[in-house]
Write a protein that binds this ligand. Sequence first.
Ligand code: PLP
Length: 401
Amino acid sequence: MAPDSRAPKAADGTIAVHGGESRARPHHALALGIAQTATYTFDDSADLERYMRGEDADADREEYGRYGNPTVREVERRLAALEGTDDALLFASGMGAITTAMLALLKAGDHVVLFDDCYRRTRQFVAAWLTRFGVEHTIVASGDLDALVAAIGPKTKLAVSESPTNPHLRCVDLAGLAAACRARRVRTLVDATFATPINCRPATLGVDLVVHSATKYLAGHNDVLAGVVAGPSHLVSLVRDLRHVTGAVCDPHAAWLVGRGMKTLALRVARQNETALVVARRLEQHPAIAHVDYPGLESHRDHAIARKQMVGFGGVISFVVRGGSPAARALIDACRLARIAPSLGGVETLIEQPALMSYAELEPAQRAAIGIDEGLVRLSVGIEETADVLADVERGLAAIA
Ligand SMILES: Cc1ncc(COP(=O)(O)O)c(C=O)c1O
């Protein structure tokens, strides 16, 4: 039977609270402490020599903050437990995680395949930066596994995908992707930021490396930037070795905030799944809305894939307002609860018009060519009462009726 990411969900809420924790803490504290230190000390030269020979009793002992930190390490263990992977690493941001992982896996002469709906900075890194170091790439239509397989050549070493994607919430058949790539000895890297490990665990579907912008759902409070790479020990250790060099490490205080946020991840995501579905259904039947992208809707083109590999469908909805940019602006400006901001996945409901923010540097025709309608609105529902989020959306809809 195909692996099922829906299977091990019952324990997720518990793992999000306790996964990887050590029970013995300084001062018998219940909560994880913040080891806010840049360096570590040695009692005497013999202590240092024992450490350098790898004979220290504490396997997690470090000499310097760029190589490790106990606060960061405990949160990393919890992330690995939640993702169902051997190991996980925290980074200073999602982009720190993605760029370090790609640099660790690739070398000059290699080729990468990625989907066109990947986060634009990920695409930019591959198209504008990796090419400078002799790494070639092919971009194929999101979710088109046949096109992906056709693009794989003898030099292809990595396939990069997201699921769901931003802003169209395309869902990629991750088991199919992993199987197709594995058969051709191509590694897979999936950005599962929008899914969260509560809704989908790509590693259980055969994906090699899972990355997250922990800035979003994992930390969940719109107050910290962080990133994650999770996967098997042999790949994670390659990425860790490069993190030691590039230094995109997560500060201990930021890691603590991620760990604290994760304790409520399962509760938050359950509420966000529920609210988003209610709001998406309402938007879908409103005459002022031309189109709604939400993987939980039967009308979404990837609904069948989403149902197969996701528990819930996430907290982000994208919709096109009839009347283009002026109508989208009017709807957004009438909202009182939803704040205008580019991020997503946190406790606060956020709203944005991609044509005015993430894709503002493009001309309307260029935006149209990549499917960014002038009237497109992206809504990230928070954990406020579902009725209040819905009422806010109704306020926006009333403004354009
Ligand atoms: C899907 C996805 N991946 C990666 C990133 C980058 O993460 P960060 O902003 O934490 O660097 C983002 C940011 O919006 C994102 O949406």
